[in-house]
Design a protein around this ligand. Structure first.
Ligand code: SAH
Ligand code: SF4
Length: 344
């Protein structure tokens, strides 16, 4: 609850405390990562006890934490005060570097067929506080468990579609990049969308320095329609136009996400269609393809094999499109989108 600075200010006022206390408390929470008010030793013992009784540091309780055997990814299942469950994942792409993947909604209304969150349907939007508290939680977790390393990136790739909850998501970006609060650089944040065209434009205007990822996954409207209902509203043509506008405004690189589905979107023809799409957008040096392993969420879809994925990448390269095969971190703890909360 501490994220709500107004509540904190009110508390200080009600208790006749000077304003500078606010700065001290913020520093302890955001910069130092304390988990309890009693750890803020710059405050008197009485005040700490009172705060402990009357205020809550986080807007959820921690239901479960799962760590992968290699220690490279940690997933937390969080129970919001409303009783809803969300999840967040911490991944270490390199030693002592951590990236957090956060949720912005309980469930999701977009209904992508390969996605566990999509299958849950939409429950509710998260507040900006519930979004940023996920980062606060991980900061506290690292400190409490004496895990070395620092935060490098934050990605909005957990549960939910950021542009369906833009009011709270944009507020959360402001909080995360506020020097007095979390102090992350805009370039260390990434927003991933299933491809809502007007959202892409809004983001370009409001946060041109925040990274954008688009879950493309299919390069033909016929297939995209079948697996991603969003395509009926914003098809490939509409995405192409949104990307062009995005480049005009930001001139920044965009990541196109592509989950590799065996026999569905991983053939030589799919690679050709994908490169046609990339070239139709133009500014190809600003488009980067990420080929992602599919985490099985339904029996009728299977991940492409390593060989097929490699062949697909080579096929793309033949058409002069560069792609990176993303290592699937955290599969054993079910780190893909919505898989843990969906089970409860
Ligand atoms: N709603 C946003 C962000 C959250 S999903 C979006 O769709 O972009 C984050 C990413 O996980 C998206 O690229 C999504 O397509 C991908 N994803 C969903 N289900 C997956 C699965 N089972 N395996 C691998 N990636 C998956
Ligand atoms: Fe929603 Fe993203 Fe999952 Fe699609 S992939 S259902 S947009 S969370």
């Amino acid at each position: 609850m501490i994220m709500d600075i107004k509540k904190l200010e009110q508390f200080l006022q009600e208790n006749n405390l000077p304003k500078f206390r606010l700065g001290q408390i913020q520093k302890a929470i955001f910069a130092e990562g304390v988990s309890t008010f009693s750890e803020i030793t710059t405050l008197s013992k009485d005040l700490r006890e009172k705060m402990e009784k009357e205020m809550r540091m986080l807007s959820f309780d921690v239901e479960k934490v799962l760590t992968a055997k290699d220690g490279q990814s940690i997933k937390a299942l969080l129970k919001l005060h409303s009783g809803d469950l969300i999840e967040t994942v911490l991944i270490s792409p390199k030693p002592e570097i951590w990236s957090a993947c956060i949720s912005c909604q309980v469930g999701c209304a977009m209904g992508c067929r390969f996605c566990a969150t999509g299958k849950m349907g939409f429950k509710r939007d998260l507040t900006a506080e519930e979004i940023t508290d996920q980062i606060l939680f991980w900061r506290q977790y690292l400190k409490k468990n004496k895990i070395e390393g620092s935060f490098s990136n934050i990605v909005y790739m957990g549960m939910g579609e950021p542009f369906n909850n833009w009011k709270q998501v944009s507020e959360s970006i402001k909080i995360l990049t506020d020097e007095k609060l979390f102090g992350f650089g805009s370039r260390s944040l990434s927003v991933s969308t299933s491809g809502i065209a007007d959202g892409i434009e809004k983001m370009a205007n409001e946060f041109p320095q925040v990274n954008l990822a688009i879950s493309l996954h299919f390069a033909s409207d016929e297939k995209r329609d079948r697996f991603m209902p969003v395509n009926k509203k914003d098809n490939l043509e509409s995405l192409k136009n949104a990307l062009r506008k995005y480049f005009t405004i930001t001139n920044r690189k965009v990541f196109l996400e592509y989950i590799m589905l065996d026999g569905i979107n991983d053939t030589a023809l799919d690679a050709k269609l994908l490169s046609d799409f990339v070239y139709s957008v133009g500014n190809t040096h600003l488009l980067h393809m990420n080929l992602i392993r599919y985490n099985m969420t339904s029996e009728d879809l299977k991940p492409s094999s390593k060989t097929r994925t490699q062949l697909f990448k080579e096929e793309l390269e033949k058409h002069r499109v560069n792609a990176t095969i993303r290592k699937s971190l955290g599969e054993e703890i079910e780190a893909a989108c919505g898989q843990l909360a969906g089970k409860e």
